[in-house]
Design a binder for this molecule. Structure first.
Ligand SMILES: *Cc1c(COP(=O)(O)O)cnc(C)c1O
Length: 383
């Protein structure tokens, strides 16, 4: 077993198994939907959707992805410490309250940055003036997402500003879909139309060195007309459709399986309540297995008395409240269970009762949130 320096706080016994082949398969499958030459941007924000940023970045080198995308400059710097040949797009717009050395670092490392205001351009051109550094900038055009995109007229004037700035270069124009994961794609088509109008009016597609991009995973899978020069895939690279799809055109393989050990076996007499709040009272004499994992590790408290985990080939219920870092399973019906045995907390099968979709349904959320909650202190083991 690897020895972890105490200061990392990694928990060796809580294991997120990361399957390289599944990840590479998913990238390949998504790429197969795109025209030859379309760039593939691997979205690795939020600790690579909970899978572990360094581990995922390392595996993706083999996939020859064209870009990484992250939320913040901190993540981009982390990636640059691992791989230098692949550029990283930082999705959070540059803002004048940022420390100036971040702008310098972004330019020196060749990060691609987003700008949303002319103040941001003043800010970066003041910092880079006279340095000879040229920062690659992307402009996010509002087409209906209603988040951080900017209105078409403002976007057009921002592009003119960038074109006049000697320390910046227009490297990309993009938009983001609000509903590409839904069955009804009519709003997504309207967004696409808006975006194309912007591209035409500003003659963006005549500019060979400007990357046009729009598609997240769902649009990559369902709206080929939205691929443009680059697709930005997150969730489906990790093996999931944004929401379960009845007839997906590609098959995706979940990349992570989370496991934890049994650390104690307890014999509870019938009627003896379990955990905080006494929310579970067994009707029979019960054998319970203590698992050293809880909501502080990313296993939601609302799974109490509702979720199941996989022990051998059996699915057994979580009983009583999920605590901060402990929970109990009812293993009365599982023969020969002993401390040290590993149980599957989050399965890498789409239809598993402890798969990500099932857990997302239980928690009333989407698979993204279940995955990103898997805590960074969990030991990632790459296969
Ligand atoms: C997170 C994000 C993506 C990836 O979305 P998925 O649905 O996970 O594929 C793409 N583009 C932008 C701008 C994002 O913020």
């Amino acid at each position: 077993m690897k020895v972890y320096p105490a200061e990392t706080l990694i928990r060796p016994d809580l294991q997120a198994h990361i399957f390289s082949e599944a990840l590479l398969h998913n990238v390949q499958a998504l790429r197969s939907l795109c025209a030859e030459g379309t760039y593939f941007c691997a979205v690795v924000k939020a600790n690579a959707y909970g899978h572990g940023l360094p581990e995922i970045v390392n595996i993706l080198r083999q996939a020859e992805v064209d870009f990484f995308a992250v939320a913040s400059i901190y993540e981009a710097i982390h990636i640059a410490s691992i791989v230098q040949e692949i550029p990283t797009l930082i999705l959070e717009p540059i803002h004048p309250a940022q420390p100036p050395d971040q702008i310098v670092a972004a330019a020196r490392n060749g990060f691609h940055c987003v700008v949303a205001t002319s103040e941001a351009i003043d800010f970066l051109s003041d910092i880079l003036a006279g340095s000879g550094d040229v920062l690659d900038l992307h402009v996010n055009v509002e087409s209906g997402m209603g988040r951080c995109g900017i209105d078409p007229e403002q976007a057009a004037s921002l592009i003119r500003r960038i074109d006049r700035c000697s320390n910046a270069r227009l490297a990309g124009v993009y938009t983001h879909f609000a509903t590409a994961d839904e069955d009804d794609l009519s709003y997504a088509w309207q967004q696409l139309e808006q975006f194309e109008r912007f591209l035409d009016q500003n003659r963006i597609r005549h500019r060979e060195d400007v990357l046009v991009h729009a598609a997240n995973s769902a649009a990559t899978i369902k709206i080929p007309q939205a691929h443009f020069d680059m697709v930005r895939c997150g969730i489906s690279m990790y093996g999931y459709y944004s929401r379960r799809m009845a007839h997906p055109p590609i098959s995706l393989q979940p990349v992570m399986r989370l496991q934890a050990p049994v650390v104690q076996i307890k014999h509870l007499p019938a009627g003896h309540s379990v955990s905080y709040g006494r929310s579970f009272v067994p009707f029979r004499d019960t054998i319970a297995a203590l698992i050293p994992l809880g909501y502080a590790d990313g296993y939601w408290r609302c799974f109490s008395n509702r979720a199941r985990m996989k022990v051998g080939n059996a699915f057994v219920p979580v009983i009583g409240r999920v605590c901060m870092d402990q929970l109990l399973l009812d293993v009365t019906d599982v023969p020969d269970i002993a401390p040290g045995q590993m149980v599957t907390v989050i399965d890498n099968e789409h239809d598993s009762p402890c798969g990500v979709y099932a857990l997302a349904d239980l928690a009333g959320t989407i698979c993204y949130e279940i995955l990103t909650c898997v805590h960074a202190h969990i030991n990632r083991i790459v296969h």
